[in-house]
Design a protein around this ligand. Structure first.
Ligand code: TYD
Length: 131
């Protein structure tokens, strides 16, 4: 499996399923913030930025969507459509998120609090930082 994809533990029986994310155990960072995207238009594109030091885990809590990652050298595409799968997005990774299904909920677990100064919002600047 791609190293960015993390299969989350799932405990299930006839009544339903439960998945777990533990900071520092299931994922390689402590969780300081959780946010989620919802009410998303099918044509919406979110993200389109990178973070200098923030690390994140994306989970499709409901429905599905696509995440495109660029690590400065190459691009990778992922479809998230199961709440027991997390996509690790390391620091200095450009991401865009789109192709949301109806009712999609994109949950993001983040390694730090919100800080606008950590964002790189121009793709040219992102690429320049690798040179
Ligand atoms: P942004 O991270 O650009 O959203 P996305 O990547 O989903 O397109 O954030 C959108 C707006 O929300 C922007 O004005 C910053 C604000 N915001 C906060 O105030 N706190 C947060 O924790 C996040 C993630 C965003």
């Amino acid at each position: 499996m791609d190293t960015n994809l993390i299969k989350l533990p799932r405990i299930y029986d006839s009544t339903g399923s439960l998945s777990i994310v533990e900071g520092g155990t299931t994922i390689p960072f402590e969780i300081k913030r959780v946010y989620y995207l919802y009410d998303l238009g099918s044509g919406s594109i979110r993200g389109s930025h990178a973070h200098r030091s923030l690390r994140q885990l994306f989970i499709a809590m409901s429905g599905s969507f696509e995440v495109t990652l660029h690590n400065g050298a190459e691009e990778s595409r992922y479809t998230l459509n199961n709440p027991d799968l997390g996509l690790l997005v390391p620091e200095m990774t450009w991401r865009s998120v789109g192709n949301f299904s109806s009712g999609a909920v994109c949950c993001v677990l983040a390694s730090d609090h919100y800080f606008e100064g950590d964002y790189i919002r121009e793709f040219d600047e992102f690429l320049r930082l690798f040179n």
